[in-house]
Design a protein around this ligand. Structure first.
Ligand code: ZN
Length: 148
């Protein structure tokens, strides 16, 4: 098995057996809904933050395997991180997706399987949709905290 086959396997595993899937009706979660019309992906992400720490992430969406698996990977990667850590990880993820050098000490775990997406510009929005949603959510929470 070469590295690309391994990456594809990890993506398919997250697609078939997503982690943290399903939304909750709990007002302590912030809900963000984004879509990607170019592919037809729809993604809802819920994030719960306690004292600047992401204590839970949920996601529910329909779309292609890249989009749905990436939501699962995002939830596993960012759950338990502080808002600042999460923002740093998200930044490195975007760099990687665009094909730029990225910090492998910051972006760790299954997220690196999307490296190859940079060669398929049409799929970049698929891979980043859930990450954009959670980024919006934590930044809104950060703003709200700042404003007291
Ligand atoms: Zn897609």
């Amino acid at each position: 098995m070469n590295i690309e086959q391994l990456y594809r396997q990890v993506i398919m595993d997250h697609y078939k057996y997503p982690q943290n899937k399903g939304v909750v009706s709990d007002p302590s979660y912030l809900t963000i809904h984004l879509n990607n019309p170019s592919c037809g992906d729809e993604m809802t992400v819920q994030v719960k933050v306690d004292h600047n720490q992401i204590t839970d992430i949920k996601h529910q969406g329909t779309g292609c395997s890249i989009c749905c698996s990436s939501a699962s990977v995002m939830s596993v990667t960012l759950k338990g991180k502080s808002i600042d850590e999460a923002n740093a990880i998200i930044r490195e993820f975007y760099e990687m997706i665009k094909g730029y050098p990225f910090n492998k000490d910051i972006l760790v775990g299954d997220a690196i399987v999307y490296q190859g997406v940079s060669q398929f510009p049409a799929r970049i929005k698929c891979a980043t949709l859930a990450w954009k949603a959670v980024e919006q959510g934590i930044n809104k929470i950060k703003e709200d905290n700042k404003n007291g």
